[in-house]
Write a protein that binds this ligand. Structure first.
Ligand SMILES: C[S@@+](CC[C@H](N)C(=O)[O-])C[C@H]1O[C@@H](n2cnc3c(N)ncnc32)[C@H](O)[C@@H]1O
Length: 331
């Protein structure tokens, strides 16, 4: 009997060691655009994403200081907060044109870079109606098809989606008044090229709004070896390429010719998103797909990664950078 119990305990411990080894090795590292489209194709086909996240693959805004809020409500509030900070505050006349377009006026053209399944673009298209014409691009064909169906189901004609690589876009120079990028910059393999492409696509005087994940400024407090390892895991596990610090990103905006550059860290306002992503699944158990072992393992991996993100943001190792800037009027 004692031998049996000892064997069972040994097997139990061995199972835990194997699980930990598997979890600690990132399985979804960036190896090129196909690796990014691969995970987003998969998530767009996964009913649990729609079930818990609505049509929004981004953080929620819980206020400053952060309060309690419904998980999906917070995502809509994030879009409103970003539109307010990135457009209404620096460019009230553009907001005026968006909200009250003059009869016959040309709509404001917005490019949503890394549009996911279209949640933000569809919401803004509904909010601003005739005042706006939005184009959403994503690397994932499944996301682009999903977003197109979503827009059609709402009867929207002022928003469209296509599969397109932000690093290499076919749009003509000066095609857009505003570029909006909510949590896609972390995937860009060449951030300078990405930034230059945004500068090229904007009309002179056009505005860019970027929300992304940054790493703490190492010049203020260098990262220890274990912190570097922690960040590298976060970069690797969900197909990211790298996280810059907020000052590095500001320098990049400057180098690429932007002016009126403003940045803030919204880590506190978005922090509850991480734990809520797990609580919402525990509260609304349906749709987790526990009956399928593959989905089961995927859920554990994602929960583990989410907890590591949560701790990185809580410790100040990661920051939630929001940036707004303008392409100079004469450029
Ligand atoms: C975390 S999701 C952001 C979701 C979206 N902004 C939203 O509001 O729900 C990241 C998105 O960036 C897109 N992306 C990543 N790299 C890209 C690239 N090089 N070109 C175009 N889209 C890209 C992915 O396809 C995905 O749609």
């Amino acid at each position: 009997m004692l031998q049996l119990i000892t064997t069972l305990i040994a097997l139990w411990l061995l199972a835990w060691v194997i699980v930990l080894i598997l979890l600690r090795n990132p399985s979804r590292s960036y190896t090129g655009p196909a690796s990014v489209s691969g995970i987003y194709d998969m998530w767009a086909n996964d009913p649990k994403m729609k079930f818990y996240w609505g049509n929004h693959l981004h953080a929620g805004f819980y206020g400053q200081p952060a309060g309690r809020k419904d998980f999906i409500r917070a995502k809509f509030d994030m879009i409103d907060a970003l539109a307010n900070w990135g457009i209404a505050q620096p460019a009230p006349t553009i907001l005026q044109q968006l909200e009250n377009p003059q009869p016959g006026a040309i709509p404001i053209r917005i490019l949503d870079v890394g549009c996911g399944v279209g949640g933000s673009a569809v919401y803004l298209a509904e909010r601003w109606g005739k005042g706006v014409q939005i184009t959403g691009i994503t690397l994932s064909g499944v996301q682009a098809d999903y977003a197109t169906r979503l827009a059609r189901s709402r009867g929207l004609e002022n928003v469209s989606f296509l599969k397109c690589d932000a690093m290499n876009q076919a749009f003509a120079a000066g095609s857009f008044d505003i570029i909006w990028s909510l949590e896609s910059e972390m995937h860009m393999p060449d951030k300078e090229r990405f930034m230059l492409e945004m500068a090229r696509l904007l009309k002179p005087g056009g505005r860019v709004i970027v929300a992304t994940w940054n790493v703490r400024d190492p010049f203020v407090a260098p990262l220890s070896a274990s912190e570097q390892k922690h960040v590298q895991y976060l970069v690797n596990e969900w197909c990211h390429t790298s996280f810059d610090s907020i000052p590095e990103s500001i320098q990049l905006f400057e180098r690429c010719g932007f002016s009126e550059i403003h940045a803030e860290d919204w880590a506190q306002a978005t922090m509850p998103s991480w734990r809520e992503a797990i609580f919402v699944a525990l509260r609304n158990g349906n749709g987790l797909g526990w009956s399928k072992p593959v989905a089961w393992w995927g859920n554990i991996r994602d929960a583990y990664t989410i907890l590591l993100y949560d701790s990185a943001f809580r410790k100040g190792l990661c920051e939630y950078g929001v940036f707004r800037a303008q392409k100079p009027a004469g450029a």
